[in-house]
Design a protein around this ligand. Sequence first.
Ligand SMILES: [Zn+2]
Ligand SMILES: [Zn+2]
Length: 385
Amino acid sequence: MNGNSSTAGKPIRCKAAICRKAGDRLVIEEVIVAPPSRHELRIKIICTALCQSDVIFSKLVDPPAIYPRILGHEAIGVVESVGEDVTGVKPGDTVIPTFMSDCGDCADCHSEKSNLCSTLPFNITPYMPREDKTRFTDLNGNPLYHLFYISSFSEYTVVDKNYFVKIDPSFPPDRACLLSCGVATGVGAAWRTAEVEPGTTVAVFGLGTIGLAAAEGARLCGAKRIIGVDVNPDKFEMGKKFGLTDFVNPKTCGDKSVSEVILEMTNGGADYCFECVGMASLVEEAFACCRHGWGKTVVLGVDKPGTPLKFSSTDVLRGHKILTGALYGGLKAKRDVPILCKRYLDKELQLDEFVTHSVKFEEINKAFDLLEEGKSLRCVIWMDK
Ligand SMILES: [Zn+2]
Ligand SMILES: [Zn+2]
């Protein structure tokens, strides 16, 4: 065990927001956070942001639903103590937890092409990545389950050494926490997965935080035209600061499908399409209006597990188009998050514009209301203010 603080090696009693039942408001309770085991570190959370997936998991009835659970997976914190076999990080360091492993040592981590670490593959479990156990218990000694290996709606949490990236402590924490999930996913999808080139045309389906971040990523890469697709017309104005140049509302397309409208607007299709809603039919629409010859469609939305996609094999053969998914936007946390931080400090990458609200930890349910009412992009929840 390695740590300077008086708490190292001991359980910590602190506050956490718990989702006890599907659809319930979160309740703040005292919990016990175990000390980090081998390969783990315990973090004191500075602030955390609410992502759409937290809302989805707070209402989920069927598996992978499990309760009681500590949600939250966009965060930044300070290392309180580290377990055995953890190198390169020490108590007092500032870190961002991530939901994808970056072991740095497997075939995927060695490859420039993949961020799907094969040592600890992406998986939705309610436990730690290396063993089916939790590090949280309530005051009755019952387990409280994890979400995405992060569970940041707690003053302290335990994460695995493959699931964090160290950052400069002077970086604004309420901007840094966005790089754990949503904003990083959208920006990464344009930058690392699609590799959007200057002068190209992009279509983004769904203008929530991930879609707007995909637009922002495309803008950063120099796309000339960025077409946003959303049923809420207010999103066009909101999206302009992230580079949107055009807008299509599926409700006002008349007899035409969205893909037909975009094919006409672009004279043959967009170079890059991003599906950010999680609807199989929209993936098909996006694929239909990405340009033949080289068009690339990137799927970021999460549809119900097992939902099939329908394509004509002749169209696939003749179209020469690419369809791919991009967990975490294809980013490798340890390589890419520091680059995104630098681009923010150099005033290239916009992060401030995504933070529309902030609340105290006690008001965490307000963050849920704001997101569900469509009023916020990211609401930052401060643990200590
Ligand atoms: Zn790996
Ligand atoms: Zn998320």
